[in-house]
Design a protein around this ligand. Structure first.
Ligand code: FDP
Length: 322
């Protein structure tokens, strides 16, 4: 018998966390259905409001956020959800609830209208006392993480802090185990970045990219791949190896991506698959957040590429060798 997401998590981490993953899977199934049929309904395009990040919300952003909030809100073990789309946490009146679920309901939303992969990214934190304080602590404290990529097939990837597994949505609406013990290659064939921003990156990142393009990192020949949808770019990096980088830019000096909703969950998955994730100088999972919507630079992928980048950044700011 094939294993579902909820069964897999329940067997390894107990029924409460299993129910959280079961709820995310249920919401993802509805989101996947909505995306699959988007062209047939009035679901493409802008919702007509901006989110707390000042970005135009797409109708599917709103649908995905509502769906996750609604389903997770029914679980007695969930104290709160913290969403990229909301200004603050949504608290539930569940006595003794011990988890907060932190998510980006639909990542890569600029790709929705053109039928390119988008995704849901999430992590689970333990709540003790104040919800916001509980989620600002370094990412090493995360209980678990995962993402769903809505692509040619719909895939759910997760870690419970000990390895990475993936599940594929079947025709009956169940995510079934399709790959256990996933490992990221130690060095990739791909680099993935928005090179149009390179002119405003710190020089160390331009030097690093020149090293990759010049075949000077262990004589490896690299190809470029950039979808512009983080979940999809990360998923390829996990399976094939290489590096995804979104460095600081003039427009976003602290980086564009969100520490809580994007960088931390993917960093945990990358590390659990044998890869690494840094913000340039420091390991992503060691960073505490100042606010729930903090942004960060993100360099994530195979060990060889991420370590080489970190070394280049350390040298450029005079920290010397690692
Ligand atoms: P989007 O703006 O479409 O929502 O975090 C948001 C994100 O997409 C990531 O999914 C993606 O990796 C990145 O931004 C793309 O940014 P650029 O368009 O600046 O390359």
């Amino acid at each position: 018998m094939a294993t579902t997401v909820e069964q897999y998590v329940t067997e390894r981490a107990g029924a409460e966390l299993g129910s959280v993953y079961g709820a995310v899977a249920a919401a993802a199934r509805e989101i996947a259905r909505k995306i699959r049929l988007a062209g047939l309904g009035d679901i493409y395009g802008a919702f007509g409001a901006t989110n707390v990040q000042g970005e135009q919300q797409q109708k599917l952003d709103v649908f995905a956020n509502d769906e996750l909030t609604r389903i997770l809100g029914t679980l007695p073990c969930v104290a709160a959800i913290v969403s990229e789309e909301d200004e603050g946490p949504v608290l539930f009146d569940h006595a003794g609830a011990k988890f907060a679920v932190i998510f980006d309901p639909l990542d890569g939303s600029s790709n929705i209208d053109v039928n390119v992969n988008v995704g849901t990214i999430f992590s689970v934190a333990k709540v003790s006392g104040d919800v916001v304080a509980s989620v600002l602590v370094p990412g090493t404290e995360q209980v678990a993480a995962g993402y769903v990529v809505y692509g040619p097939s719909c895939v759910f990837v997760l870690t419970l802090g000990s390895g990475v597994a993936s599940f594929t949505l079947d025709d009956s609406g169940e995510f079934l185990l399709s790959s256990d013990a996933m490992k990221m290659p130690t060095q990739g064939p791909y680099y993935s970045t928005n090179e149009a921003n390179a002119a405003t990156w710190p020089a160390a990142y331009r030097d690093y990219l020149a090293t990759l393009i010049g075949g000077k990192l262990n004589d490896k020949a690299y190809s470029a791949r950039y979808i512009g949808s983080l979940v999809a770019d990360f998923h390829r990096t996990l399976l094939k190896g290489g590096v995804f980088l979104y460095p600081p830019t003039e427009k976003a000096p602290r980086g564009k991506l969100r520490l809580l909703y994007e960088a931390r969950p993917l960093a945990m998955i990358a590390e659990q698959a044998g890869g690494a994730a840094v913000n340039g100088a420091d390991r992503i999972l060691d960073l505490a957040a100042e606010g729930i919507h903090d942004r960060t630079a993100l360099i994530v992928g195979s060990q060889v590429e991420v370590e080489a980048l970190q070394k280049t950044v350390h040298e450029s700011i005079g920290l010397g060798a690692l």
